[in-house]
Design a protein around this ligand. Structure first.
Ligand code: SF4
Length: 430
């Protein structure tokens, strides 16, 4: 049968397929300098691995490090962090907000006394023709709702909660940097210098994403690429995304984070009129590129009770036209096994919708003859294969039975079948 129980654990991902979500995370974290275990005597700032930091960490980590701070991150998202987040959140927001509360709790457990938790109101737009991109109110509210979960003053923990309009250059942001300098007790000049270096780090991260995306689109242009459409904090947090990046890779496919697409190169952006959500802009630009590129297919990663997505998805689907997509909606109750089954079904359904190879080469039938001194390999489909091999040998043709199919055969077989074939065909092809 197709029970995945045994299949899941042993299937190996092909080594030539990159795991771009992990690469992305490693690059993101590379801007944070290592800190010695005992940081009690240092000037320390705690940053939770949540929400906007999954994208803007290079800016903030560099900013604080330039000001002489040691940056302490909360640990990677884990089951324990999720559990504590769910327990400590007084209301019922979406999953990422519960995770955020869990990370704040983890930072408190580490003994960090200064925590940076800005209200980021807007972000630079996804395309040069747009003005600004708005941030979800839930994300903006975390600095203000977290005191309902923690008694910061009793714990002697200081929250630094500036309002930042990262999407507004010039006067507005300048004033906010001044305000941040005051909150930190730094001179405005020093803070501005540190901010500038932070912006350079952020640009470096952005350029790296785009460059890596270009390489992947070029190197895998003849294969299906699954574009992971999601927010950095839900789709690219390996502890919160149900390991989707591993699962895609195990299917022998590339999972490309949406922010690696060349979104800024889309020529006509009239379809973005009225799309004020920053991530909405990102997703719709991606839908446009995916529609135009035959080998790209989207996985829309979202969370239950996500208000913005309940609207954005309609536009997304509309823009895709005939192109199919899979939606994966996650909360703290979601299980990994169901995702695998759905992903496999989706991949099977799209495989025959892409033209894999430019030139179709018909098979050349090679006939074996005793005088060729060739070896005939017989796939092991049942014990009778052994009898066939013996019969060949009796006729003077060297014949051998291949080993029994294993996980690798299945992996290879899936690569070269359309998904419509029966299971033995996939194994035999592998
Ligand atoms: S955009 Fe959606 S998932 Fe993100 S914080 Fe807002 S409601 Fe939650």
């Amino acid at each position: 049968g197709r029970c995945e129980k045994y299949e899941l654990d042993h299937r190996k991902a092909p080594s030539h397929i990159p795991n771009l979500t992990i690469e992305r995370e490693e690059k993101l974290l590379s801007y944070v300098k290592p800190v010695e275990e005992d940081f009690s005597k240092s000037k320390v700032i705690g940053i939770p691995r949540i929400l906007q930091f999954y994208e803007w960490l290079p800016l903030f980590a560099t900013f604080f490090q330039e000001l002489g701070y040691k940056v302490i991150l909360s640990p990677p998202t884990s089951k324990e962090i999720i559990k504590r987040g769910c327990e400590l959140t007084p209301a019922e927001p979406c999953f990422p907000i519960k995770i955020a509360i869990g990370h704040l709790n983890a930072l408190l457990d580490l003994g960090v006394k200064n925590i940076f938790l800005p209200q980021i109101t807007d972000l630079p737009p996804e395309h040069p023709k747009l003005e600004v991109g708005k941030v979800c109110p839930y994300v903006q509210s975390v600095p203000w709702i977290s005191p309902a979960s923690f008694k910061f003053s009793e714990l002697k923990v200081h929250l630094i909660t500036p309002v930042l309009h990262l999407g507004r250059k010039g006067v507005v942001l300048n004033e906010e940097i001044k305000n941040l300098a005051n909150l930190l007790g730094e001179s405005v000049e020093t803070a501005k210098k540190a901010w500038k270096l932070g912006e350079e780090a952020q640009r470096d991260f952005h350029n790296w994403l785009k460059q890596r995306g270009k390489e992947i689109l070029e190197n895998f242009k003849n294969q299906i690429i699954l574009v992971i459409i999601g927010r950095p904090y839900n789709a690219f947090d390996p502890g919160a995304n149900l390991g989707i990046h591993y699962k895609i890779r195990k299917l022998g496919l590339v999972g490309l984070p949406v922010d690696m697409l060349p979104l800024e190169e889309v020529k006509n952006v009239s379809f973005l009129e009225g799309m004020y959500w920053e991530y909405g802009q990102r997703f719709l630009l991606a839908a446009h590129i995916i529609k135009e590129t035959p080998n790209l297919f989207p996985i829309y990663f979202t969370n239950f009770s996500c208000g913005p997505d309940s609207f954005i998805e309609h536009f997304f689907e509309d823009l895709l036209g005939e192109k199919p997509f899979i939606e994966i909606e996650v909360d703290e109750h979601s299980a990994e096994a169901g995702v695998v089954t759905r992903l496999e079904a989706f991949v099977d359904s799209i495989k025959n919708k892409v033209k894999y190879f430019e030139i179709y080469k018909p098979f050349e039938i090679i006939r074996a003859h005793p005088s060729d001194h060739r070896t005939v390999y017989i796939p092991y489909m049942c014990d009778h294969a052994v009898a066939f091999a013996a019969a060949f040998r009796a006729c003077g043709v060297n014949a051998q039975v291949l080993p029994e199919p294993d996980e690798e055969s299945l992996e290879l077989g899936r690569k070269f079948t359309s998904g419509k074939e029966c299971y033995p065909t996939i194994l035999t092809t592998g």
